[in-house]
Design a protein around this ligand. Structure first.
Ligand code: ADP
Ligand code: MG
Length: 252
C-alpha cells in the first residue's frame, strides 16, 4: 500500500540532512508503528509524505498503491487516500469545524468521481462519529481547533480521519499530551477504522499507545534511518530498556 524507498530528505533553508535512506512498506490491513528518540526524523517523514513545504527530497521515492506521492500536490495526496493526523494540529480561525469537514469530504468524493454527500447524510454521519469520540456539538460549530484543548485537537484529528475514511492513515504522536481516557478514545477511534483495505503508520515516542492500538510491525527510527524492525515485542523492549540498548546494539 505505502512504499517508501531509500528516502533522503534535507531542509530547504539550511544544509541539514534529516532522513538518510528510509525504507518502509506498509501493507493493506496492517498497522505499522514507528518509535524513536526525539529528533530522529519521525515527524519529518510524516510531513514529507503529506507534502509540506520546507523539505527537499534528494533521493528515493514514496508511493501509495503504486502512485508516486512525492510529485503530487498535498490535496492530490489526500484524494489518493493519504491522511495525516498531526503532532501539532493547526488552528483555522474563521472556518467552522463542520464546514471544514464537509468541504474536505466532498472535495475528496469529487476527486474520486463520486457524488457529494447530502447535508442530511453528512450530519447524521458526523454526529454519530463525534459521539463515539466524545466530541460535543458545540465543538463541531467552533472554528477548527481554535481554543480546543490538546486532547480535543487530537480527538478532532481522529474525527477527520473517521469522516474521510482514508486508505492510508499516518498518525504523528497522536497520543502526546493525552490523558489515559483521551488516549483510549483515540485508540478506539483508530481501531474502529482498522480494515483489510486500510494501512496505518502510527508514530509514537512512548509505548503506551501501542497497548491500545496493537501494531503488527514495529520500527525503530534513529538519526534519519530505520535501525530495527520487529514485532510488538520491540515496543515492550523500548518501554523496559529505553532506546539506548537498541542504539548500542546497532552501532556495535
Ligand atoms: P522527531 O519527530 O523524531 O522528534 P523531527 O522530524 O521533528 O523528529 O526532527 C528531526 C530533526 O530535524 C531534528 O533535529 C529537528 O530539529 C530537525 N528539523 C526538522 N524540521 C526542521 C526545521 N523546519 N528547521 C530546523 N530543523 C528542523
Ligand atoms: Mg515528532
Amino acid at each position: 500500500m505505502l512504499e517508501i524507498k531509500n528516502l533522503h530528505v534535507k531542509l530547504e533553508e539550511e544544509d541539514k540532512v534529516i532522513l538518510k535512506g528510509v525504507n518502509l512498506t506498509v501493507e493493506a490491513g496492517k498497522v505499522h508503528a514507528i518509535m524513536g528518540p526525539n529528533g530522529s526524523g519521525k515527524s519529518t517523514l510524516a510531513y514529507v509524505l503529506s507534502g509540506r513545504d520546507g523539505y527537499v527530497v534528494t533521493d528515493g521515492s514514496a508511493s501509495l498503491e503504486g502512485e508516486e506521492l512525492l510529485e503530487m500536490e498535498p490535496e492530490e495526496r489526500a484524494a489518493a487516500g493519504l491522511f495525516l493526523a498531526f503532532q501539532y494540529p493547526v488552528e483555522i480561525p474563521g472556518v467552522g469545524n463542520m464546514t471544514f469537514l464537509r468541504t474536505a469530504v466532498n472535495a475528496q468524493r469529487k476527486a474520486r468521481g463520486e457524488e457529494e454527500m447530502s447535508s442530511g447524510d453528512f450530519l447524521k454521519a458526523i454526529r454519530a462519529k463525534a459521539k463515539d469520540l466524545k466530541i460535543d456539538a458545540e465543538m463541531l460549530k467552533r472554528p477548527v481547533n481554535v481554543g480546543f484543548s490538546g486532547g480535543e485537537k487530537k480527538r478532532n484529528e481522529i474525527l477527520q480521519m473517521a469522516m474521510l475514511e482514508p486508505r492510508m492513515c499516518v498518525l504523528d504522536e497522536t497520543d502526546s499530551g493525552l490523558d489515559v481516557d483521551a488516549m483510549k478514545l483515540v485508540a478506539d477511534g483508530v481501531n474502529a477504522l482498522r480494515d483489510a483495505g486500510r494501512g496505518f503508520l502510527v508514530i509514537t515516542h512512548y509505548q503506551r499507545l501501542l497497548d491500545h492500538i496493537k501494531p503488527d510491525v514495529v520500527h525503530i527510527m534513529a538519526d534519519g534511518r530505520i535501525i530495527k524492525t520487529g514485532g510488538p515485542e520491540l515496543a515492550l523492549e523500548v518501554e523496559h530498556n529505553g532506546y539506548a540498548d537498541i542504539l548500542a546494539e546497532v552501532q556495535a
